[in-house]
Design a protein around this ligand. Structure first.
Ligand code: FMN
Length: 256
């Protein structure tokens, strides 16, 4: 066969395609377990960071040993052993009608359509009890569902921190929910008042620190009113009655 023949060109192209396909698919399959490990490590580092506990230079898995992972029954607001906390996937469950409830109208403040029956929560405990509790949160912004965590201090009201690990809001606008300064402004704010009523809200504009109620308020993001409203909505949902309010009350009374 001549070197320049049509048949030879096709054979070379076909062999090249097969070799490349085998290389790419082998890489994809063999890297999948590592991708899964990296995904889990990323989630763990986001959980630690939301509570202000992430330290540079120490392996994430080692730091995560301080965290107790538990599952909460959202209906009863108490811990449950009905599913294994090590394998339970709340995000998957919230899409499965058998493992979630549909939210309608006014109840669906965060615009999430369904809420999983069980939620994974993270506790930092010490000899004296619970130091911090880290709760998963999610809700719709302008373009996307924003997934994150909010951490509360041992009084189960003071905010220890917040962080979002997945969203598609516009960088520089709604994407400012990742701004470390804005996230830091949540620390020390109060979620609930002395009667246990939810007070925490993200307002439009800047908080007037001289005015009463400033301890419950977070600055809105400039030029991103819709994302800001989304964050406010998801906080009202997840710290409210349909969210974790029942669980937080039980935890306060030591009856979770
Ligand atoms: C390309 C583009 C991207 C935008 N991204 C966001 C966003 O991520 N979050 C948001 O709230 N508003 C975003 N906006 C602005 C909204 O359309 C809307 O104008 C804004 O939320 C109003 O907020 P303001 O009253 O603070 O200006 C975007 C606008 C444009 C043109």
């Amino acid at each position: 066969m001549s070197k320049d023949s049509v048949a030879r060109t096709f054979i070379v192209a076909a062999v090249l395609c097969i070799v490349c396909a085998v290389v790419v698919s082998t890489a994809a399959v063999s890297l999948r377990p590592q991708q899964q490990i990296n995904k889990e490590l990323d989630l763990k580092s986001n959980i630690l960071a939301s509570a202000g506990l992430l330290q540079a230079g120490i392996p994430i898995d080692e730091q995560f040993e301080a965290v107790t992972v538990k599952v909460v029954d959202m209906q009863s607001g108490r811990f449950t052993d009905a599913v294994d906390s090590a394998t339970y996937n709340q995000r998957k469950a919230s899409k499965d009608p058998a493992q979630s409830v549909a939210l309608s109208g006014d109840e669906d403040l965060a615009k999430i359509k369904r809420r999983a029956n069980y939620a994974t929560v993270y506790l930092i405990e010490s000899d004296t009890g619970i130091d911090k509790v880290i709760l998963p949160i999610k809700g719709y912004g302008l373009w996307s569902t924003m997934y994150g965590f909010i951490a509360l201090e041992s009084d189960l009201s003071t905010v220890a921190g917040i962080g979002f690990y997945e969203h598609a809001e516009t960088p520089g606008l709604g994407g400012e929910i990742d701004n470390p300064k804005w996230k830091a402004s949540w620390q020390g704010k109060s979620a609930y008042d002395s009667d246990g009523q939810l007070g925490l809200s993200v307002i439009k504009g800047r908080v007037d620190t001289e005015r009463a109620g400033a301890e419950y308020q977070i600055d809105g993001l400039a030029g991103a009113t819709l994302t800001t409203r989304g964050v406010d909505n998801l906080i009202r949902y997840w710290l409210g009655e349909s969210g974790f309010a029942g669980f937080i009350n039980h935890l306060k009374q030591g009856e979770a």
